[in-house]
Design a protein around this ligand. Sequence first.
Ligand SMILES: [Zn+2]
Length: 431
Amino acid sequence: MPRDNPVVEDGEEPRLPPFGVRKLSVPADWVGGVSRFRLYPTLAQQILLLEQCGHARYVWNLALEQWSMWTRGKGSTANFAEQCRQLTEARAEYGWLRTGSQTVQQQALRDFEQAVKNFYAGTHRRPTWRRAGLHEGFRIVGLQAGRVEQVSRKWARVLVPKVGWVRFRLSRAVPDAKSYRITRDRAGRWHLAFAAIPPPIPAPGTGEVVGVDRGVTVSGALSTGELLTCPGLSETEQVRLKQLQRRLARCRRGSNRRRRVKAAIATLYARARDRRKDWVEKTSTDLARRFDVIRVEDLRIAPMTRRPKPKPDPERPGAYLPNRRRAKAELNRGVLANGWGLLVQRLEHKAAGRVEKVNPAYTSQTCSVCEHCAPENRESQAVFGCVACGHRANADVNAAVNIAAGRAVSARRETPVRVPLKREPQHATSA
Ligand SMILES: [Zn+2]
């Protein structure tokens, strides 16, 4: 272990190095919540970090197992305090667990508790098993999360319990966060992410409402007529991804070649994810700055990810008519790729109390001008053409206007319905 990376026990005051001035601040206009830095641990540190990840994962999975067994039969689950007591017992029993940081392991329990709360609140899915190689990460909270210092203009370092000082690239200002998370992605890159919920952006005060529709032909559409495009992989990158996936299928299991191909695929996916996250931050900031109320479709209501029913062919028994399952599968993939859920989450942070969720039923079939609702209104995926009044528009924009006018079904704060659009659409969903 290098000399400038002393292993520090939990709670022990770190030996501060001679250099490094604490000059880490948040710029006044800092709005991005994803304050992620590339972490550069030494090889020895990587081993220690991976061990911590393993401990956190073990504790999480244990809590998950307990929770899923409890919900099946009994009424109440073990609470956090009880689980902490069990963790202490487990640490006394298992030496390998004891060598790890108690803070990291307790935090895994706390994170799990939060995941369960989120699940019951309906905002998140059921907590899942953490798997080695896929979910490598742990969280540091509290005073220990504040041990960060700048080393040079481009570099800073963070004191990780039981690991020591780990360098990271100072690609932006470090926020004054109460916690951070260290993760290793599938491509083997380490990251340090400070969990700072971005400060809410003040509403412009114009009373303007915007509807945002998750698009079919593009990533999204605003009721103002603007189209949103979430960047993914470029044409050439997609071709390369296909090639790599084909190559992977031919690789022998456990071979070095397979490992290399897998890493190359993971790098491409990571690139797409970075672009998507960047887009989400920019778009959510822009929307929060420009509009007082932002209406989005309620994703829990939308049966988007459900499979379309098979349509039997009346003329040929046993055969089926096309039911647009392919198209729907494409759309589902697009939804995932577009990071829609993430956008809504960031909007709720930045435009706190100003985001309203609208029941999206029939928004794509209803005319935003005359309110006529019919499946025939959809001329194609891209074009909306009202069969009653002849109104023609981009299908996604038409749906976004409906959403802007829609009744909020689960608003955090009830806002009086004011729709200062040029034409005054009727409330399509208030019947
Ligand atoms: Zn119409």
